[in-house]
Design a protein around this ligand. Structure first.
Ligand SMILES: Nc1ncnc2c1ncn2[C@@H]1O[C@H](COP(=O)(O)OP(=O)(O)O)[C@@H](O)[C@H]1O
Ligand SMILES: [Mg+2]
Length: 274
């Protein structure tokens, strides 16, 4: 189970992405980035954060530690922003926290280099979870103490918004052409050979067990949280076996040119030897 703490102070909102997470302090003296159950995106975003974050870490990718955070909305009473007030009010009880990495920088592909092996592992993992939020527009990667850290897995596993179609979704390909690491020559084949065999029922079951029951109850078509956990396990297990063969990187045709800015295209073309 994830460690549980209680928020003691709302420090400030983070306005970079869309979901308005906040920085909070907690009773363990830790500082966390808090994702709210009351946010418009709903609790499935938090389920995705837990499953994908825990899975990434188990595969050796760097993800800040996750925690369950209890919130009494009263701690936001002095907060002047209406939007933040409403969010806190709607989020009493259990929320998700991610260890705040002080001084971390947003990943900038011009300022930071990674190698083909690491790029390959990240791209393969994003293909597995069908992450549409690691593009050059919106990298959701941080650089901290000189290393890459993965954050923000809320917009992944699209199939959990439509379970009847999940089996089909598991077979879908992944287009990594706009992936922020596409220009680092990601060695997807090696990553697949290394990581796919590690995705087992046991590992996925452990990861799914970290999702609080509260976020899994009342899903239509499922007989309780454990049945829903098994569905997450099944789709990811099935996808892990073959997704490595269905990833395209930087293969844009002339009639569908990349929308990427010039510097991304120069890098892509340069690395591809064109
Ligand atoms: N653990 C963290 N440590 C430091 N900064 C973070 C951390 N998590 C998020 N941030 C910062 O907050 C921003 C928003 O967080 P993110 O998880 O991407 O939420 P969203 O995009 O849904 O608003 C990030 O782009 C990043 O700048
Ligand atoms: Mg984000």
């Amino acid at each position: 189970m994830l460690p549980e703490v209680t928020a003691t102070r709302y420090v400030t909102p983070l306005r970079e992405g869309g979901s308005l997470p906040g920085i909070v302090e907690a009773d363990d003296l830790g500082t966390y980035v808090m994702k709210f159950t009351g946010a418009g995106q709903g609790r499935k975003t938090l389920v995705a954060e837990v499953i994908c974050g825990q899975l990434a870490r188990r595969l050796g990718l760097r993800v800040p530690e996750l925690a369950r955070i209890q919130l009494d909305p009263v701690i936001g009473r002095g907060e002047p922003d209406q939007e933040v007030q409403a969010l806190l009010k709607a989020s009493g009880g259990l929320n998700l926290g991610m260890d705040f990495l002080p001084g971390a920088l947003g990943f900038d592909p011009l300022a930071f280099e990674t190698d083909a092996a690491e790029a390959g592992r990240v791209v393969w993992f994003d293909a597995l979870i069908n992450n549409v939020d690691r593009s050059w527009r919106n990298p959701n990667l941080l650089v901290w103490h000189g290393r890459l850290w993965l954050i923000d897995h809320g917009a992944t596993m699209i199939w959990h918004h439509n379970w009847p179609s999940a089996a089909t979704a598991a077979g879908k390909a992944y287009d990594a052409s706009d992936h922020v690491l596409a220009s680092f020559d990601p060695d997807v084949a090696t990553a697949a050979a290394e990581l796919a065999p590690r995705i087992t029922t046991e590992l996925l079951t452990e990861v799914a067990a970290d999702v609080p029951d509260e976020w899994l109850v009342d899903e239509p078509g499922f007989d309780g949280p454990d049945a829903l956990r098994r569905a997450y396990v099944e789709v990811l297990l099935e996808r892990a076996a073959t997704i490595g063969d269905r990833i395209t990187v930087g293969e844009r045709s002339a009639d569908k040119p990349s929308q990427a800015p010039e510097w991304v295209r120069v890098r892509l073309n340069g690395k591809a030897g064109k």
